[in-house]
Design a protein around this ligand. Structure first.
Ligand code: HEM
Length: 475
């Protein structure tokens, strides 16, 4: 099978168990387990989970083969039982299989919902929301109170996201139980579901997930229906239409150019909420954790902000392009802590040769972005947090540099990248500019706990608790 004369040389990998395959090699942190295995077996590795052949990609060159050279072949997604139930039979963008319908949906999202124009329309809203956070942190600073920044980031990004998508704040949605619903949904997506790996097992419902998924999808749908109804009924007062307005206009005018009905509107709303929720706030919490661990970097960032923004002014989005060190710092935080350490699984749509190995049709593909960010063949001192490594470097986050892929790249790359980065940079810059930060209870910077909790989005295991101290002269 592995002989040089055999054309179908399969990617190398560890020995698997009958039926189970390689499940037994995965622990609490699969991105770390897969990294270790790849160091031994290579950056293009073949595994099997249950009945599903899986290709694991762990180097920039291998990622380029899958996400650029053979991008079209690997642009699909595997069947996902949770998405079938909850994400409108995978009619959404993130879990939908590749095909004409998905291409139409993707175009609609990038051109109409997440375009630069749309992002800039919401700029005043973002500025106001960050302003509210600063005000509440100032109160905490006055009483030298320690704040749970993880919770603050999560509430802030939920507010921004909900205002943009639904025109409502997250506290209103909290009241109707929507937040719990989202949390439960994200959890079920993160759960290992036997049905995705063993044929016919789904029908048996061994884990009893079907009932829960049905209930979640029903409740989710009811809330989305209510929101859409509210939007269609209400007289348009605001000048900036939210995403529901934009989508209803497209649906009603028939201008989508493809079959686009209410269930598609709801599937897109589902993606915007789930994909946009924790990603930005988790990136923020990791970046801030690194800053707390590295006071010299925090100081350097504050000096840059003083120079570009000035000590008696708040940060605005127009400043962001001029903040080079901030840019380096965000890249470094995202290199070490990509919040989606294993990209959403891709799936091949036909047989393909990758780096001299045969990859059959319908192979699941895992791109280990976490491993790529720590590849010692590419990064000097890969475990150290050194934003300076990006000074004068041409590596950016646009997906053209395969050594740094926290947003993925290619056909399935993140369409919310621009928005996510804007939020992360604005919030981080504002907080570092307005406050000095101390660790509570005499904790030393080197003692900041960095344990992670693997999931669809990999966040800190414990919240980041810190004490703000006012810094700006005027505000
Ligand atoms: C810092 C923030 C963010 C990070 C780090 C991030 C990261 C990612 C990653 C790694 C993927 C998977 C790419 C792949 O499978 O190849 C993805 C997909 C996606 N993201 Fe983001 N994301 C962020 C913010 C957002 C926001 C704000 C939105 C929308 C409101 C969004 C919407 C999506 C969607 C719809 C997909 C699925 C794309 C597809 O399958 O075609 N993301 N994101």
């Amino acid at each position: 099978q592995f002989g040089p004369r055999n054309k179908k040389r399969l990617p190398p990998g560890p020995k698997g168990l009958p039926i189970l395959g390689h499940f037994h090699l995965m622990g609490k942190n699969p991105h770390r387990d897969l990294y270790r295995l790849a160091r031994k077996h290579g950056p293009i590795m073949g595994l099997r989970f249950g009945f599903v052949p899986t290709l694991v990609v762990s180097s920039p060159a291998a990622a380029e083969l899958v996400l650029k050279t053979h991008d079209r072949i690997f642009a699909s997604r595997p069947t996902n039982e949770a998405a079938l139930y909850v994400a409108y039979e995978q009619r959404d963008l993130a879990f939908g299989p590749y095909g004409p319908f998905w291409r139409h949906m993707r175009k609609l999202c990038t051109l109409k919902l997440l375009s630069n124009l749309k992002i800039s329309q919401f700029q005043p809203m973002r500025q106001a929301e960050v302003g509210l956070l600063v005000t509440s942190l100032k109160r905490a600073a006055e009483s030298r109170e320690a704040v749970d920044l993880s919770a603050r980031f999560s509430a802030l990004s939920s507010d921004m996201n909900f205002l943009m998508v639904f025109g409502k704040k997250y506290s209103t949605m909290e009241e109707i139980g929507f937040m719990d619903l989202i949390r439960e949904t994200v959890e079920i997506f993160g759960k290992f579901n036997l049905a995705d790996y063993f044929p016919y097992v789904g029908m048996l419902n061994l884990q009893g997930l079907h009932g829960k998924m049905k209930r979640l999808s029903k409740s989710f749908d009811a809330i989305l229906e209510e929101i859409i109804d509210d939007h269609t009924k209400k007289k348009k007062q605001q000048t900036t239409s939210d995403i529901v307005d934009t989508m209803m206009e497209i649906m009603e005018s028939g201008s989508a150019g493809f079959e686009f009905d209410r269930s598609h509107v709801k599937a897109v709303l589902f993606d915007m909420i789930v994909a946009g929720m924790d990603t930005s706030s988790t990136t923020l919490e990791w970046a801030m954790s690194e800053l707390m661990k590295h006071p010299a970097v925090m100081k350097k960032l504050q000096q840059e902000l003083e120079l570009v923004v000035g000590l008696d002014q708040m940060v605005e989005e127009s400043h962001l392009d001029k903040l080079e060190y901030l840019d380096c710092m965000v890249k470094e935080a995202m290199r070490l802590h990509p919040v989606v350490p294993l990209l959403i699984p891709h799936q091949s749509m036909e047989d393909c040769e990758v780096g001299g190995f045969h990859v059959p049709n319908k192979t699941r593909v895992i791109v280990n972005v976490w491993a790529i960010g720590r590849d010692p063949d590419v990064w000097a001192n890969p475990d150290s947090f050194t934003p300076e490594r990006f000074m004068g470097s041409e590596i950016d986050l646009r997906g053209r540099h395969f050594e740094l892929l926290p947003f993925g790249t290619g056909r399935r790359g993140c369409p919310g990248k621009q928005l996510g980065l804007t939020v992360v940079k604005l919030v981080l810059a504002q907080l570092v500019h307005c406050f000095d930060w101390e660790l509570p209870d005499g904790i030393e910077p080197s003692e900041v706990d960095m344990t992670e909790n693997f999931g669809v989005v990999t966040a800190r295991a414990k919240p980041l608790v810190v004490v703000p101290i006012c810094r700006l002269r005027k505000y």
